[in-house]
Every structure is written in structure tokens, then in C-alpha cells.
Design a protein around this ligand. Sequence first.
Ligand code: SAH
Ligand code: SF4
Length: 343
Amino acid sequence: MPYLTPPEDLGSLFPEEPAYRVRQLRRWLYRTPVLTADAMTSLPAALRPRLEPLWPFAVEAEQAGDRGSTVKWLLRAPDGASYEAVLMAYPRRTTLCLSSQAGCAMGCSFCATGQFGFERHLQAGEMVAQAAYAAARLRARPLPGGPDRLGNVVFMGMGEPLANYENLREALRRLVEEMGLSGRAITVSTVGVIPGMLRLAAEPWPVTLALSLHAADDDTRAALVPLARRYPIDDLVEAARRFSAGRGRRVTLEWTLISGVNDTPEQARGLAAIAVELRAHANVIPLNPTPASRHRAPPPERVRAFVEQVRRAGANVTQRDTRGRGIDAACGQLRSRRAEETP
Ligand code: SAH
Ligand code: SF4
């Protein structure tokens, strides 16, 4: 499984191959990824089967939604760990949402991944392979309504990327230096692991940070996000401020809107105040309900009113679309549904 080996060490897998062959392979893996080793036409036919299995996962299920412009893959590692990735086509870019862990240990009450619990960290190569697979798929068969190049990568699938820091770091390095993505095209979303936020701020790649805030006061936040008890909002805001100051990059504040919990005028004012202070962009996304939680999304007019309140208070805010709802493409939902179906 060549993606599990750092690109610099690929030669050690094929010690008898000349260096230029290894360079060719490296390009097939990262620069112009293809779906099967057989399609690596510049490599000798005898070498190609030795690259199998090419991917560190099997694609166990594929679901298409939004008239084919969203595709979700359920991926299974040889050890049985499962995780997922979602590819979404928009007119000007195609975005991959990938996983950094199988499951998640953070236990956020509204999140299907959190309800499922933690299975294991993903290796760097397992994260990068999700992007390479998406790029290969796009070249072979573009999604309707979007470009055939992978534009953006967001770490918003399963798992908490900053709780798997070393692997995340190596994945970012390969996405930028091997696959050629711009750091600006990559977003790392975190529930607020402050030490990881500060480390990420010091890395050479100018990635975007998305902070999953969800509440403007510590008590409301702790009811949704257990980690809030460890890191109070004031400290999170300070860490986000340091991130954007060091980078000259705006952070994004994620806000999953839940009826009767964080959709009040008071919360809207609190979000606006934090967004204005940080000069951050707020993304409001109505909750995608999960089976194990009683939380519900507010009705559409309440969502609009909330967003309007935040905007009127001077903040930069958008309501994020609910792409992939029809196929449960948000946050661990395909896997939890299949887990329910399995007796
Ligand atoms: N662990 C990281 C990244 C993965 S979750 C984080 O929490 O930021 C990616 C985003 O999906 C987060 O903003 C999270 O709050 C949001 N999310 C999780 N469950 C959701 C649901 N059921 N409906 C809507 N958004 C959800
Ligand atoms: Fe983990 Fe993020 Fe889900 Fe929380 S919202 S349980 S941190 S994946």
C-alpha cells in the first residue's frame, strides 16, 4: 500500500528499481493520481501488480446525492476500521471533506461520529489517499456541475484532526508539497484543541482554521462539546486570535444551529461579538439530526432570523448549504446508519 510509505521512502519498497522509476511512481501517486495501478502507463507492466492494493482502503459503499454532484464513500481499512469521505462539486470548485480519525473521542452530543466513539487514528497516508482517490475519480469521471480538478480539501469528516497532530501534519505536508494543493485551499476544522491550534499556527503551510464554536458562553458550549470544560471560550478566542494574527488569515467560526439551544438572540449577539473581535467569518449550518440525539434543527425562518441577527450586529456571516443531506453526507452519518443495519 504505497500511500502508507512517505514519498521520500518509496524507493525502499522497490530497492531493485532505478531512481527514475521511483520518481515516476511518486508522480502517479501524488501529482496525477489514477484509480488503478494498471493505469500507470509509464511503469513496466511487471511492476504494476506489485503496487496492489494501491489504496489503503476498500470503497465499501458509494452513495450519490444532489443529482450526482455529491458523492460519499464509506472506506474500510484492512484492519476493519471504517471512515468516510465526501466529494462535492460546485460550479467553480470541487471540495473533498475527508476524515482524520475512524470515529472520534470528543463525544459532542449532536454529532453522529461522536456518538459512535473512537476507533483509531488515521495514518497520514490514509488521509492523503482520500484526497488522491478523489482526484483520481474526478479525472476519470468528473462530477456533474463542477471542475474535474480537486480544488479544496476540508478536514471536516470523521475525527478531530488536532487530536491526531503528527499524522495531520504529515498529511498537510504531502497535500501541499506532493499533491501541489495550495495551503489556502485546505481547511482544518477543530472542536478547539488549543495546543494543536497553536502548533498549526507555526507550520509553514497557510491553511485555514475553522473553529467549531457552537455557543457563545461556556455552559451552553459544555452541554454540546465536552471538551469545552477543558478549554474555556476566552482561551479559544485568544488562540484563534493568535492563529489569525500569525498567519494573516481569517479564521472561520462554525456554528451548528440547534433549536432551543444556541439559536437565541443572546447567542446570536455573542457569536457576532466574537466574530467581530476576531474579524472571523461565521458559518451557520442547521443541525443534521442524528438518531441518538433529541436535538433538532430550528425551522428555516428561525435559521434565517438568527443569521440576520448576527449580520446586523456587524459580523461577516453565511448560512452554509446543507449539501449531501439526502445521503446523510454530514459527519459520520452513513457509517452510523450502516452500523444500525448490521445486527
Ligand atoms: N472534529 C472537528 C472536525 C470534524 S466535524 C470539528 O468538530 O470541528 C466537522 C463539522 O461538522 C464541525 O463543525 C461539527 O460541529 C459539524 N457537525 C457535526 N455533527 C453535525 C450535525 N449533526 N449537523 C451539522 N453539523 C455537524
Ligand atoms: Fe468529534 Fe468534531 Fe464530531 Fe465533536 S463534532 S464528536 S470533535 S467529529
